[in-house]
Design a protein around this ligand. Structure first.
Ligand code: DQQ
Length: 582
């Protein structure tokens, strides 16, 4: 991401790079913006100013996709795409950290890095599978000497080591090479494998053919020899390259339990998520997995393209779930890239974080998934304030949340009661599938009927800087449409920052409930918000210049004509966990 200027510049770089690779080998396509001159420039200083306090981050350098999350012998493992030499994408290895609680992390040495012909030009994303005997196996994409993308396997060297420090890549790799009619430059990011009732393993690899996005399916009896199925698990026209696909079961009827990836049968729906290289957003569908046909069929009511449901309507990409056998839940990890410039990343000495892991399950309606920060996060809550009395905010009013000092590193929960919907604005159906465009013109400062109301976070004392997280209600026939936005347009006085407004609709009947809830995780340069108990989630990266550290303030505001009642506001300062030694 970047300013339009920067985005154009990046596009040119990507184009030239793709062109030059294609010209030389006829095959390779870059996935990330490449800055050859900076790839191996070690940061001279680490600017701690806007580093996050409780999000997953290494002490320095570039990170992107979460890889192969797993639970083994009492430890959670997170691997991730990491540049050991600089703060831009390049020299990618699988860095490795372990944790007892998904909050405090200890960095180990990289687990997988280029050593063999089958990955000599890169160790790209992949997933972990716990085999039937309990052995963890990693499937990942290697870039071979011809710049082809191939799928490799790695096993722990010592299964008695709960840290799983060393990984062995057997010489029989690659286990899956691009076959005829498979695009060797768009063939990557294997999923966690699942075992069918026929005792054959299945795995999906992301791909495209022309502009059709594909989840290519492979089967294996022994996890070593893999055969391509005649048809993909699923594909969709005009969606482009499917990066980091994820396919897993969820319990229907809204049961908040996670299911092991191989589970199927009654009471189970399936989810397919893909990360679209074309838009750099992800979308998912909920549907049925036809085991006879080995095909996934999304529910017909759901859009199966870039207008579809998103885990997160903001800066959240290349995500991956895993089944946590310890607590019987499914957990979602996602990468939140920087939105500042490459030069700024270089100067900071770091770039990229992982969003707080979220528990993910099916909404009782069956129409969408729900997400909530893992419960372990609450252990970091320190000093807090709880407004036990409701406050009425009249049109144009705002109120500072006082009683805690460090609102730059905080966890805030609040409920907004809406009693009168008479003044709601009419909904323009042209925006039905584009909440972001609607929010761009109806930002936090644009007065409305019911809303905008919400939080101003990372705000300076005089409100020159603030990031708005808010709701706005519209009328569409006899129904109401609720928009949730994260608007960083006033988040920083620093010039030339990319400040995208992000938005999604919230599936709530506000006439019936009379209220809507919001939780925001604020952490210096990131704001992760969860609307209506995790129905709509938005992550933004912001870079205040005044609202930094103890100079950051927190407000509730109402810019709509109708009064809003603010209830149950709780704000907690967040303590710092152990974070990879930083
Ligand atoms: N990042 C990896 C690829 C993947 C992309 C390379 C998604 O495997 O497709 O770092 O961000």
């Amino acid at each position: 991401m970047g300013t339009p200027h920067r985005a154009f510049g990046r596009w040119i770089v990507v184009f030239l790079l793709q062109w030059s690779f294609t010209w030389r080998s006829g095959i390779v396509e870059a996935s990330h913006v490449v800055h050859r001159d900076l790839q191996s420039v070690s940061p001279s200083t680490i600017d701690a100013n806007l580093r996050t306090g409780y999000h997953f981050q290494p002490p320095k350098n570039w990170i992107n996709d979460p890889n192969g999350p797993l639970y083994y012998k009492g430890f959670y493992h997170l691997f991730y795409q990491y540049n050991p030499k600089g703060a831009v994408w390049g020299n990618i290895v699988w860095a490795h950290s372990i944790s007892k609680d998904l909050i405090n992390w200890i960095a180990l040495e990289p687990a997988i890095y280029p050593t063999k012909p089958f990955d000599i030009n890169g160790c790209w994303s992949g997933s972990a599978t716990i085999l039937s005997d309990g052995t963890p196996a990693i499937l990942y994409t290697g870039i071979d000497p011809n710049q082809n993308q191939v799928q490799n396997i790695a096993f722990p060297k010592d299964l008695s080591d709960p840290y799983l420090r060393e990984w062995v890549k057997p010489d029989y790799n690659p286990i899956i090479a691009p076959a005829v009619r498979v695009n060797a430059s768009a063939f990557r990011d294997p999923t966690t494998a699942w075992l069918g009732p026929d005792k054959h393993w299945r795995v999906v690899v992301g791909s495209k053919w022309n502009k059709r996005g594909k989840a290519i399916l492979y089967r294996s009896r022994d996890f070593k020899n893999w055969i391509k199925a005649k048809h993909p698990l699923h594909s969709m026209a005009r969606t482009g390259m499917w990066e980091c696909p994820d396919f897993y079961p969820v319990a229907d009827e809204g049961r908040k339990i996670g299911l092991e990836t191989s589970m199927h049968g009654r009471g189970i729906k399936h989810v397919l998520k893909v990360s679209l290289d074309l838009t750099r957003f992800e979308y998912y569908t909920i549907g049925s997995y036809d085991l006879q046909m080995d095909r996934y069929l999304p529910d017909t009511a759901l859009a199966d393209n870039s207008t579809g449901l998103r885990y997160d309507y903001g800066n959240f990409y290349a995500s991956k779930t895993f089944y946590d056998a310890h607590k019987k839940r499914r957990i979602l990890w996602g990468w939140a890239n920087e939105s500042d410039s490459t030069n700024a990343d270089n100067a900071k000495g770091w770039a990229g974080i992982q969003a707080i892991p979220r528990t993910i399950w099916l909404d009782p309606s069956g129409r969408q998934l729900l997400q909530w920060p893992i419960e372990e996060l609450e252990a970091l809550r320190g000093k807090h304030v709880h407004y036990t009395h409701d406050k009425i905010l009249k049109s144009g009013e705002y109120l500072e949340v006082k009683g805690i000092q460090n609102t730059a590193q905080a966890d805030v929960e609040v409920e907004f009661y809406v009693s009168n919907l008479e003044k709601v604005e009419p909904f323009d159906y042209a925006f039905s599938t584009d909440a972001q465009a609607l929010c761009k013109i109806k930002g936090a400062d644009v007065k409305g009927g019911v809303g905008p109301f919400g939080l101003w976070v990372l705000a300076s004392s005089k409100l020159e800087e603030k990031t708005a997280v808010f709701f706005r209600v519209f009328k569409a026939g006899d129904k109401n449409v609720v928009l949730m936005c994260q608007d960083p347009t006033s988040s920083s006085l620093s010039p030339d920052l990319y400040k995208p407004t992000f938005a999604g609709f919230v599936d709530v009947d506000i006439k019936k409930t009379g209220k809507i809830s919001l939780r925001s995780l604020i952490d210096h340069s990131v704001v992760e918000s969860f609307g209506e108990n995790g129905k709509t989630c938005i992550t933004s990266r912001v870079y205040p210049s005044l609202a930094v550290g103890s100079d950051a303030h927190l407000f509730v505001f109402n810019n709509g004509e109708e009064d809003i009642r603010v209830s149950n506001l709780k704000a907690s300062e967040m303590m710092r966990p152990l974070m990879n030694g930083s």
